[in-house]
Write a protein that binds this ligand. Structure first.
Ligand code: IPM
Ligand code: MG
Length: 358
């Protein structure tokens, strides 16, 4: 098959990690008989520098004409929160999610063999292993609600961010979670703050309704503060975790860290139709940009998710994931992962090692 991929290299380490991922796609293509056409899309701080805004006109249209989108990372101190919204890379990220209607964000956090020492978990907890599929709602909630900032009479300035969820939004993300659980260990943990928030109480009601439609899936509610604690206490208890946008943002960073490195975690953002968007969950790491130090694994594993979810190419996805596991199993690591100094490699070398295993 022929696939057209929109490639957003972005800022910081974005270009170098995407380079390795693109080469992995070509290696897989050569082996399994697929070809890929890559369309470069300018977005992020680099777009602000080039054309004055982080999300240039036509970005969504270009992406929509492709089968999938691969994104490196956007952001950096140069385009900080003191800059106008249209110049900030984060604005572009939220806009593309909204424009492509990518309401489902899958963030798997797995304890990979060989990473137990790098994990901050207690040895016995790490050795038990875990395989969490974090399902984050991505186009609703407080990140997309009305914001305001204004002067008050007697309390100085005031700011507000509104969190809103509709039954429709909750139900469609909930369904994704239950469907995924059916393909995995058949357990859904829905995370909310129903003891305080109205949005969470609606969330919980809708989830309970859905749970009745999936009697083969074990269902539980968990409060977000408790969930944050359980992820470090006993991550092995989780299978699919479904939650709203902001809780998912925070918990997925936490879950990624207990795997031993945030540099290993891929993500998929999916809507009702193509294209899906695939990106590592880490950021643009401007401090190490351009030094051949970044870990390309999360981006390469994002490509595996692209093959699995957008193209339904499971064997190709497995080949990539197995290659990453093999390289880690041999002790190779980038600087973000502790290990044998003799087996410390850079971004390019890591990409090469992974390709050699495919
Ligand atoms: C993420 C990031 C973004 C988010 C930021 C950069 C807007 O933290 O993808 O998790 O909050 O979604
Ligand atoms: Mg985040």
């Amino acid at each position: 098959m022929d696939y057209k991929i929109a490639v957003i290299r972005g800022d910081g380490i974005g270009p170098e990690i995407v380079n390795e991922a693109v080469k992995v796609m070509e290696t897989v293509g050569a082996k399994y008989g697929h070809s890929f056409g890559f369309v470069d899309v300018l977005m992020g701080g680099c777009a602000t520098d080039a054309v004055g805004k982080s999300y240039p006109d036509g970005t969504a249209e270009t992406c929509k004409a492709c089968d999938a989108v691969l994104l490196g990372a956007v952001g950096g101190p140069k385009w900080g929160s003191d800059k106008p919204a249209e110049q900030r890379p984060e604005t572009a990220l939220l806009a593309i999610r909204k424009d492509l209607e990518l309401f489902t964000n899958l963030r798997p956090a797995t304890m990979r063999k060989g990473m137990e020492d790098a994990s901050p978990l207690k040895r016995e907890t790490a050795e038990k292993g875990f395989d969490i599929m974090m399902v984050r709602e991505l186009t609703g909630g407080i990140y997309f609600g009305k914001r305001d900032r204004y002067q008050t009479e007697d309390r100085g300035e005031e700011a507000t961010d509104l969190m809103t969820y509709s039954e429709m939004e909750i139900e469609r993300i909930g369904r994704q979670a239950f469907e995924l659980a059916r393909l995995r260990s058949k357990k859904v943990t829905s995370v909310d703050k129903a003891n305080v928030l109205a949005t969470s109480r609606l969330w919980r009601e809708v989830m309970h309704r859905l749970a009745k439609e999936y009697p083969d899936v074990t269902y539980e509610d968990m409060l977000v503060d408790n969930c944050a604690m359980q992820i470090v206490r006993d991550p092995g208890q989780f299978d699919v975790v479904v939650t709203e946008n902001m809780f998912g943002d925070i918990l997925s960073d936490e879950a990624s860290q207990v795997t031993g490195s945030i540099g290993l975690l891929p993500s998929a953002s999916l809507g009702a139709q193509a294209p899906g968007l695939y990106e590592p969950i880490h950021g643009s790491a401007p401090d190490i940009a351009g030094q051949d130090k970044a870990n390309p694994m999360a981006t390469i594993l994002s490509v595996a998710m692209m093959f699995r979810y957008s193209f339904k190419l499971a064997a190709e996805a497995d080949a990539i994931e197995n290659a990453v596991d093999a390289v880690l199993g041999e002790g190779w690591h980038t600087a973000d992962i502790a290990g044998d100094p003799e087996k410390l490699v850079g971004c390019r070398k890591m990409g090469e090692l992974i390709r050699a295993h495919i």
